[in-house]
Design a protein around this ligand. Structure first.
Ligand code: ZN
Length: 320
């Protein structure tokens, strides 16, 4: 069978190539790369929202893993000089989510949560309900999601170190760290809470970080490693050698942020920017750089000149 036609038919790689801009780290000019040889498709839903599609083990169906999907993107002021208003009420745009799920554009077998903050977790309870997906997160993440009405039998607790096999893909869950900001290297909205469905979160400050996880998803002949914040535990990453690193902007407070990360992950073939757009703007707008994209591009070019630096549009895709 023609692999290329088969991939195109199953995963829609032709359409996927549309909204893509990549810049090889070694040059300043943009170029559209040839689609990769894998049968994995990555699509970016803004912020740290990623959709990973791979064939099932028997090749007859498609499996979908989502990371930190956040479609609603209500206004918080996060990237204004004043910063986010902690009393911003949480909201979920159910009509928007219904539109994407009912039209078949968005499915999920698994949803992987990196941490509890509003720009990562808020939509997950309703997305879990609509898709039937299994959701991984820490005890705090599960506590927050249960209190927000997530179907509790779909929640699976993780602490980092797990390595699971599913139909056509594996999920490796890694201990990780949240971004640290300011001169004191502090985590915003820190803290944990025990598993409980009481005290429904109302505002963004109620969504505690609750520990941070990273995820390696392998399937369709490729592997992708995602971080929900600009920090990591270096020793957790030795030997993973992902094909694609989803790398957040920031990391100024972290010693050797880009150089250590790219070195320990084996200088991945692709480094795709994540968590770089101003999420006060809707997904239907083109992504607006919240301020860190150039610094990330330069840091990747300096530390790993052979990596291809990938910047996607909202809902843009690529095949590694
Ligand atoms: Zn966060």
């Amino acid at each position: 069978m023609d692999e290329r036609l088969s991939r195109r038919g199953l995963l829609g790689a032709g359409a996927a190539a549309a909204a893509l801009l990549t810049v090889p780290a070694t040059t300043a000019s943009a170029s559209a790369p040839k689609p990769g040889a894998s049968r994995m498709t990555l699509r970016w839903w803004g912020n740290n929202g990623w959709e990973i599609r791979v064939p099932s083990a028997d090749g007859r169906s498609e499996k979908t893993v989502l990371i930190d999907p956040w479609l609603t993107r209500f206004k918080t002021g996060t990237y204004t000089p004043q910063g986010a208003d902690p009393k911003t009420p949480l909201s979920v745009d159910r009509a928007l989510i219904d539109h994407h799920v009912d039209s078949g554009q968005l499915r999920a077998d698994h949803i992987l949560v990196t941490h509890g903050h509003y720009d990562h977790l808020t939509d997950v309870p309703y997305l879990a309900e609509r898709t039937g997906a299994t959701v991984f997160g820490t005890e705090t993440h599960l506590s927050l999601m249960a209190a927000l009405g997530a179907p509790e039998d779909q929640l699976a607790v993780a602490s980092g170190g797990e390595y699971f096999a599913f139909d056509g893909y594996t999920v490796r869950i890694l201990r990780s760290l949240h971004s640290a900001t300011g001169a004191r290297a502090q985590v915003p909205f820190p803290g944990t809470r025990p598993l409980s469905r009481r005290d429904r979160p109302q505002t963004i400050e109620d969504l505690l970080e609750g520990g941070t996880l990273a995820y390696l998803v392998t399937g369709g002949g490729a592997s992708v490693l995602d971080f929900g914040g600009s920090n990591y535990v270096e020793s957790e990453l030795a030997g993973l050698a992902p094909d694609v690193l989803l790398m957040p902007t920031g990391g100024a407070a972290v010693a050797g942020y880009a150089a250590r990360l790219l070195g320990v992950t084996g200088y991945p073939r692709y480094v795709a920017a994540t968590h770089w757009d101003d999420f006060d703007l809707p997904l239907t707008d083109p992504p607006k750089d919240a301020g860190g994209l150039t610094a990330l591009r330069d840091a990747v070019a300096a530390a790993s000149p052979g990596s291809r630096f990938v910047v996607l549009d909202h809902l843009g895709s690529f095949v590694p």
